[in-house]
Design a protein around this ligand. Structure first.
Ligand code: CTP
Ligand code: MG
Length: 231
């Protein structure tokens, strides 16, 4: 029988691009706040535990007595925070267990996409991640914003989260890339750097990462629409 997954939520960023009065994961949203909503969705997977990676100086320090939470302290970059989350699972997770890494700033992830990813990830030798096919015509620009090329959108995807891997495999891959001085922006990039090819699984494109101020209202609208139509 497959063991339930472990979930790591990197939530140690300071949200520079959001320019808010607090880290964006703590901004109020839909009668709650971003991180609480994200965790609520992830708990639908019934994880063995959810590793919450928080900044050392986090003044809010999310707490939920009803959730199986393990705390870890984040690092300078997202990859360091994920690494800290993996370390916190040492002695808990078995080598072959699945670990799903999901950004705290993606509260709109749909439960059916979480389940779909969970259902395929164990069969993928290089792990898998939610992703959305690119819809627009893509342009490459020079430093002044003038077009230098049109990039075919065929087979071009937006990488989303969760990204899921076997515990020992992700540990080994991330350790190798960090030791080599790489700072992978997501877990899939670390695998790619080693010549491995994680599987892209099409998920709903409304799984946005709250990044810029305008994304806050967009996330609120997405959550409202999901509530009306079912997420
Ligand atoms: N994150 C983290 N540790 C870091 C940096 C980021 O755990 N050192 C987390 C963020 O909290 C977020 C996710 O990684 O949930 C995605 O990162 P991003 O959207 O870049 O968030 P921030 O780094 O907070 O934002 P910014 O880059 O605008 O400062
Ligand atoms: Mg960042």
């Amino acid at each position: 029988m497959t063991r339930r997954p472990w979930v790591i939520v990197p939530a140690a960023g300071s949200g520079q691009r959001m320019q808010a009065d607090r880290p964006k994961q703590y901004l109020p949203l839909a009668g709650s706040h971003v991180l609480a909503l994200t965790i609520e969705r992830l708990l639908c997977l019934q994880p063995q535990a959810l590793v919450l990676v928080l900044a050392a100086d986090d003044p809010y320090r999310y707490h939920d007595a009803a959730a199986p939470l393990i705390y870890a302290q984040g690092g300078a970059e997202r990859c360091h925070s994920v690494w800290a989350g993996l370390q916190a699972l040492s002695g808990h997770a078995q080598d072959d267990d699945i670990v799903l890494v999901h950004d705290a700033a993606r509260p709109c992830v749909r439960v059916r996409d979480l389940i779909a990813l969970w259902q395929i990830v164990g069969d993928e030798p290089n792990g898998a991640l939610l992703a959305a096919p690119v819809r627009d015509t893509m342009k490459k620009a020079d430093a002044d914003g003038h077009i230098t090329a049109t990039v075919s959108r065929e087979r071009l995807w937006h990488a989303l989260t969760p990204q899921g891997f076997r515990y020992a495999d992700l540990c080994a891959v991330l350790e190798q890339t960090l030791t080599a001085g790489q700072l992978p922006g997501d877990e899939a990039s670390a695998f790619e750097w080693l010549g491995r090819a994680p599987r892209l699984l099409a998920g709903a494109p409304d799984n946005i990462k709250i990044t810029y101020p305008e994304d806050h209202a967009l996330a609120a609208a997405i959550l409202r629409a999901q509530q009306e139509n079912g997420a």
